[in-house]
Design a protein around this ligand. Structure first.
Ligand code: AMP
Length: 453
């Protein structure tokens, strides 16, 4: 069968995708909505809903179904309509069930929309304690796709089957999802539910017939713990596209051994510049030293470095925050740019990463602002002061929190209350109440960021 989409909860043929997304687009247009939120797992209807929003020219936000209710609501309240698949998310009163929408078949002809308007809005961790929305336009996505399809390994192989790992609410998924929408390549997805059992992940990989996989380095490291993650599992795999966090030389070296002939791409970019702006092909001889994140001869945007070495991105890939805050964005027109907060250097035409200028970190590819956690700790009754510290071990990070309380709340109660406010991946490994930890001379909690060698 001509499947264009494969997931645990079913498949889609190209004709089904066309029909379902057309019905969803027509439904949204009938309702005269401008923005939609999609409560996202990875069911076929969610994929059709994303395509439906693109057809209708409506800006969608893919929202992780597992977010704590309060954080979820703060994002959903920005949308005119909330779409969900009841098979995946259970019945949600007041929101529009995609299963019902596609029962009334409607046809829809997309109209040309303003390419500078956002087509999707992805929420990421912000320093204020509220999720930060980044609006990405069709122009940004088109620029990304042209660049992505021109990366030599992708251009030479022209993969017809792609494996997705990232959640649709994480901008890494733009690479596999939009590549599939743009080229018609089959997209096979790995859902969160499969992650608890590598056996299930490997079965999906085997069934995918993938020629291209889009992974975070952390995910590949997890898979490499099992010896069955090798060429026999995915005999057609030709390219892995990595992005989102540091790719360790050892991870690349192990992959070359397990998948002879594999081509590895280490890409770099923030959500604010549409998924990725630079990419370097890693070859086995490079795995002795630090790996580059970009080849300066083929970039999706113009890259420059400030005097301090901060990476600045200019050009068509630069998106915008939807709450109107400038953040790292500067200038207008062709001078519009984004100050990434990342430090880099260029050597022999290749871009290298050397950390952040601020405290933003990555855990399993998820972007986390420690201040986001601090501000959420302060929302908890009984918490008076909060400091979140970062421990760096090589390229890996962990978090701990120090909290001063009114004496009526325990560390366990704080942990339980915090889980209602932030996603599980942001939860500090350790929460300590202040009477057990030192205060500064002026009575403030001391932050203890550390680097362990
Ligand atoms: P996000 O917006 O969640 O995609 O996170 C973007 C941030 O991830 C960047 O600003 C970098 O700090 C980090 N990042 C992305 N790709 C890489 C890479 N290949 N190597 C190191 N850090 C990366």
């Amino acid at each position: 069968m001509n499947e264009i989409y494969k997931s645990s909860s079913g498949t889609l043929t190209a004709a089904e995708l066309e029909s379902y997304s057309g019905s969803i687009a027509a439904f949204i247009k009938e309702k005269r909505m401008n923005t939609a939120a999609i409560i996202c797992g990875k069911s076929p209807l969610v994929f059709a809903a994303i395509r439906g929003c693109l057809m209708a020219g409506v800006c969608y936000s893919p929202v992780d179904e597992a977010l704590p209710e309060q954080r979820l609501q703060s994002i959903l309240s920005n949308a005119d309509i909330v779409l969900y698949d009841s098979m995946e998310a259970g019945t949600r009163a007041g929101y529009s069930d995609l299963r019902e929408i596609i029962q009334n078949r409607r046809s829809f002809i997309p109209s040309v929309e303003d390419p500078s308007l956002p087509v999707y809005r992805i929420y990421t961790s912000g320093t204020t304690g509220a999720p930060k929305g980044i609006g990405v336009s069709l122009r940004n996505v088109g620029n990304f796709l042209r660049w992505f399809c021109g990366i030599p390994a992708i251009a030479e192989i022209k993969p017809r089957s792609v494996l997705n790992q990232a959640m649709f609410s994480f901008d890494l998924s733009v690479a596999d999802m939009y590549y599939s929408l743009y080229t018609g390549a089959r997209l096979t997805v790995i859902e969160r539910g499969l992650m608890s059992d590598l056996g299930g992940v490997f079965r999906r990989m085997r069934d995918s017939g993938a020629e291209l996989a889009v992974f975070t380095p952390g995910f590949a490291e997890l898979c490499l713990c099992d010896s069955s993650f090798c060429a026999e599992l995915m005999p057609k795999l030709r390219v892995i596209f990595f992005c989102g966090e540091v790719l360790k030389p050892m991870t690349a070296a192990k992959l070359f051994k397990r998948f002879p002939g594999l081509r590895i791409i280490n890409a770099y970019g923030p959500t604010e510049a549409c998924c990725a702006v630079t990419a370097a092909e890693i070859t086995p001889d490079m795995t002795e030293g630090e790996l580059p994140i970009g080849d300066m001869s083929h970039t999706a945007g113009e890259i420059s470095l400030t005097e301090n070495g901060e990476i600045v991105i200019y050009g068509e890939s630069v998106a915008g925050y939807t709450d109107g805050l400038p953040g790292g964005f500067c200038g207008g027109g062709s001078d519009r740019c984004f100050y990434t907060g990342d430090l880099g250097y260029i050597k022999d035409g290749k871009l290298f990463f050397r950390g952040r200028i601020d405290r933003q970190i990555k855990i399993m590819g998820f972007r986390i602002e420690p201040a986001d956690i601090e501000n959420n700790l302060l929302k908890i009754d009984g918490v008076i002061q909060a400091e979140v510290s970062v421990t760096r071990r090589g390229s890996r990070h962990s978090l701990s929190a120090a909290v001063r309380t009114d004496g009526n709340i325990t560390a366990e109660e704080i942990r339980a209350a915090l889980l209602e406010l932030i996603p599980a991946y942001m939860m500090p490994g350790k929460i300590v109440v202040a009477d057990e930890i030192p205060l500064s001379p002026n009575g403030k909690l001391m932050r203890s960021d550390r680097t362990d060698e």
